[in-house]
Design a protein around this ligand. Structure first.
Ligand SMILES: [Ca+2]
Ligand SMILES: [Ca+2]
Ligand SMILES: [Ca+2]
Length: 678
């Protein structure tokens, strides 16, 4: 790679650049995929070792050095830092498989990057334990790993980080510790305010997450082996070949009682009968002290300022929102990749908006859930993405994201003058249209399209007569579609886009007339309603739907709020008070602290005003289609019941099975505000 030289730009050139940038600003640009830089290395060499972090805890690291290509001694390094297995091993065959997508690993090593995969303390073959998930050690250990990597003879001293979800959080956490060698991070589908995206969206306990995430994490941390689960649960690969016979599977102790774990079988014994220093066994033993954020801890800590059981931490002590100021100070370049149907969609957009103007930052939003785009092979085999298929997109695959990642790191790690930083910083997939570049998020040219909830289920651009809709809440309402929704990780396997058609009768719906022309909605919709209820509290779920002329509909986006949080703006946003940044875009922020919680918002026949955002989207409603807003009082499969419903956590309303809403219509009452792109 050639280094970008500093060029003196004459004053006139500067002016021209400014004029050009200004004239380009008004219009969006269609996206044409840049060429993918070809690979130069045909293979890689695998290495593994323990790296001691500041407190002496040894973390397992595997790294892959490009080989069979140009003779370069030192490479830029991409670190993937995870609470799981850097590589898995099949104890029966000894087969080793990288923990990250092998295709991505080969893609970057071919193009002259060392890829390093590290296991957090308390996971894989690493020693130690996590006091709590996403705790401060995530960042300080990450910093020590980056510093160690920068000193190695195969490293050119410039480090980037990659990875999705928790591996996105670990990037923000590490970047906030400002290790000098860390120049750029590419977090995907990662959180900004975890209380509102993971644990209590809208202040309502997320039971879908609890069902899948925590238990799986614990079993991985114990290095369990379960060939019957799909896919098979495999242990992490040992770092040390203690008997020096070239095999690693024999370093895993025998599971003598056959329950999948080697931790309950007394002193370790091995298949070859040899004695060892029991490195792998001792490391795994330490993981049993992990303070995983389990379901009961989250359930009993209901407010954003609640202390998590058995710890001294509150949610906001663990929050990604503590990080932006320090990342800005370090000047680290950040490329945020999100999914419109991910539970972190708002987070991804807010990371970008909050950092823009303060550090080099980019945003890419794809039509995915909590996942990536499918590979070209997966698409050919019909294991693609339901949205791409629905919108007739034959081209899009994960290659687009890989190439963005490559060009980003080529620029900020490799120093390649590839024009990347002169491009508009936002790349979004407008559903019904395709990829488009933009200058900012949210789009400045968006205009508020106000649709008023009216009589007889109408949704119109002018408020109708004042009135009240009385509606009985259906506690069986669910947002599952083909078993999938935004909250349960199922969207990647969905055969068709999400649709709530099957459960429309469980919701209160307001629908426009057929649209006379196409309407693009791109940004964060806001719902404002004036609501009363026959009980003391309620939860409001709002769904934006696209209704085709034949009456079938697709779910566009959704939002929700527990009415107990109707007092708005106790704090300006989710950032700590000392932050010099402000969250952008600014969205309704109810605070979600104990002090913000009104135990009985509807007591004494009161109505309250509920104002909240729906997850961001980019969607083209076609002429002839209708826009529908449907409201529910429950999302049975994904969230706890409202406090007033039977089974509700606090039981403040006494569990009356018949809950009625009183929704106020007319001027200054209930309105949906959509970001319309004229
Ligand atoms: Ca061995
Ligand atoms: Ca056992
Ligand atoms: Ca052996």
């Amino acid at each position: 790679m050639k280094a970008a030289g500093r060029r003196a730009v004459p004053a006139v050139g500067c002016l021209l650049l400014l004029v050009t940038a200004w004239s380009l600003r008004a219009a969006p640009r269609a996206y044409s995929a840049p060429d993918v830089r070809p690979g130069e290395y045909a293979g890689y060499e695998r290495h593994a070792d323990y790296v001691a972090v500041a407190d002496g805890t040894r973390l397992a690291l595997t790294w892959y050095v490009p080989s069979q290509g140009p003779a370069v001694a030192r490479f830029p390094v991409l670190l993937w830092y995870m609470p799981g297995h850097r590589e898995t091993i099949d104890p029966r065959s000894g087969a080793i498989r990288p923990g990250m997508d092998p295709e991505e690993l080969a893609f970057f090593t071919a193009r002259g990057y060392v890829v390093a995969i590290a296991e957090m303390r308390g996971s894989g073959a690493s020693f130690g334990f996590r006091i709590i998930d996403r705790g401060p050690q995530t960042g300080t250990d990450g910093r020590d790993l980056v510093n160690w990597i920068a000193r190695q003879r195969w490293s050119n001293g410039r480090v980037g980080m990659i990875g999705a979800s928790y591996q996105g959080f670990s990037q923000f956490a590490t970047a906030a510790e400002r290790p000098k060698a860390l120049k750029a991070i590419f977090p995907e589908i990662a959180g900004f305010d975890d209380y509102t995206s993971l644990y209590y969206p809208g202040g309502i306990l997320n039971i879908a997450l609890a069902r899948v995430a925590y238990a799986a994490m614990g079993r991985d941390d114990r290095n369990e082996f379960d060939p019957t689960s799909a896919p098979p649960r495999l242990p992490s690969v040992p770092v040390i070949d203690e008997d020096g016979d070239g095999e690693l599977a024999d370093e895993i102790p025998l599971d003598r009682n056959g329950n999948g774990s080697f931790l309950d079988d007394g002193p370790p014994r091995y298949a070859d009968g040899k004695a060892r220093a029991d490195v792998y066994w001792r490391a795994t033993q330490e993981h049993q002290k992990n303070g995983i954020l389990t379901n009961d801890k989250v359930t009993s800590a209901r407010f954003r300022d609640s202390t998590l059981a058995d710890t001294s931490y509150r949610y906001w002590d663990l929050d990604p929102g503590l990080k932006p100021d320090r990342i800005v100070q370090a000047g680290i370049a950040v490329y945020n990749r999100g999914g419109w149907f991910d539970y972190h969609a708002r987070d991804t957009a807010q990371w970008f908006g909050t950092l823009q103007g303060h550090t080099p930052v980019r945003l890419l939003m794809a039509p995915t859930g909590h996942t990536g785009l499918p590979s070209p092979e997966a698409r050919m085999q019909g294991r693609g993405n339901a949205y791409l298929a629905h919108f007739g997109d034959q081209q899009t695959s994960n290659v687009l994201v890989l190439n963005e990642k490559l060009r980003f790191f080529d620029r900020y790690l490799g120093g390649l003058d590839n024009g990347f930083d002169a491009e508009p910083p936002v790349l979004i997939y407008v559903m019904g249209e395709g990829w488009r570049r933009e200058d900012e998020w949210p789009l400045r040219r968006a205009r508020p399209l106000r649709l008023w909830l009216g009589a007889h289920g109408s949704l119109a651009d002018a408020p109708g007569d004042a009135g009240v809709d009385v509606w009985q809440v259906d506690p069986e309402a669910t947002s599952l579609s083909q078993g999938a929704n935004r909250w349960n990780y199922g969207i990647a396997g969905a055969k068709a886009p999400l649709s709530l058609d099957g459960s429309l009768h469980r919701r209160l719906a307001y629908t426009t007339e057929p649209l006379g022309e196409d309407r693009e909605i791109t940004g964060h919709p806001i719902l404002e309603v004036t609501l009363g209820a026959s009980v003391e509290s309620a939860d409001l779920y709002a769904y934006l739907e696209d209704v085709a002329p034949d009456g079938s509909s697709l779910l566009v986006t959704e939002g929700q709020l527990r009415a107990n949080y109707h007092r708005r703006q106790s704090a300006p946003d989710s950032l700590p008070a000392a932050s010099r940044l402000r969250v952008k875009p600014a969205l309704p922020w109810p605070g979600f602290t104990q002090a913000d919680f009104d135990p009985a918002p509807f007591a004494g026949g009161r109505s309250v005003r509920l104002v909240f955002d729906l997850m961001p989207t980019a969607w083209r409603f076609r002429a002839g289609h209708r826009i529908r807003l449907s409201l529910a009082g429950a999302d049975r499969d994904s969230f706890e019941p409202s406090l007033a419903q039977p089974g509700g956590a606090a039981g403040s309303g006494g569990g009356d099975p018949k809950v009625h809403w009183y929704l106020h219509r007319g001027s200054a009452q209930s309105v949906l505000v959509l970001p319309w792109i004229p």
